[in-house]
Design a protein around this ligand. Structure first.
Ligand SMILES: Cc1ncc(COP(=O)(O)O)c(C=O)c1O
Length: 211
């Protein structure tokens, strides 16, 4: 997405592939070296959790990039899929510590309201002013504001439910994939609901091993 926007705006891109599976970690050393050698790089965009890897970046890797001694550009942390991750994964609170960080989230995934086209950036006051100067006036339509207010209040329960359903679906897919090497699994059932006040889900297997 960022690479396409860069291309449309005639901005050069330095691509640094993730480390190979199964870690899919950031290649921090290559990023670090690129920032040392190419002073014209202005932004580093990192997606966490990644699409399609699903892996979250290690906080110490982001920290290393943010603390680069000579480079003073902006680090964009794309947290589009953050609600599917653990609560402690988001680095949104780092904006109070790092002047050059921008954390981006969206209502289009876990909230399932992609059509309102709302993304949120958490950042410092100077970067906010910069973004305001770049954006067009009245760039958020009123229907979007109405939906957003609902989504971030009553809609939070729906969002939590969506996250459970997605995890469940992923589990179902995993089980059916494993069916090929667990032939004794003949059926499975999903159960989801509230246990002890928390949304939860489980999968029950009907298993029969032949002697
Ligand atoms: C990593 C990533 N960033 C951004 C987007 C777009 O999000 P939005 O719907 O908020 O534009 C997507 C997918 O749709 C995505 O996979």
């Amino acid at each position: 997405m960022y690479a396409i926007s860069a291309q449309v705006n005639d901005v050069g891109v330095v691509k640094v592939p993730l480390l190979p599976a199964p870690s899919f970690e950031l290649d921090t050393e290559t990023i670090y070296n690129a920032l040392s050698e190419q002073s014209n790089i202005e932004m580093v965009c990192i997606c966490s959790p990644g699409n399609p890897t699903g892996s979250t970046v290690r906080k110490e890797d982001v920290n290393k990039i943010l603390s680069h001694p000579t480079w003073n550009g902006v680090v964009i942390l794309e947290e589009t899929y953050i609600d599917y991750s653990s609560k402690t994964t988001s680095l949104a609170e780092w904006v109070t510590e790092w002047q050059n960080s921008v954390i981006v989230q969206t209502l289009s995934k876990s909230f399932s309201i992609a059509s309102i086209r709302l993304r949120a950036a958490f950042t410092t006051t100077p970067v906010t002013h910069l973004l305001r100067n770049l954006s067009i006036t009245y760039n958020i339509p009123s229907p979007t504001v109405i939906f957003t207010k609902y989504a971030l209040t009553s809609g939070l329960v729906i969002m939590a439910d969506n996250v459970v359903k997605t995890a469940e679906e992923r589990y179902r897919h995993e089980i059916s994939r494993r069916g090929s090497w667990m032939p004794w699994v003949s059926a499975y059932y999903h159960c989801h609901g509230r246990r002890g006040g928390k949304l939860s889900s489980s999968v029950e297997l009907d298993a029969e091993r032949s002697a």
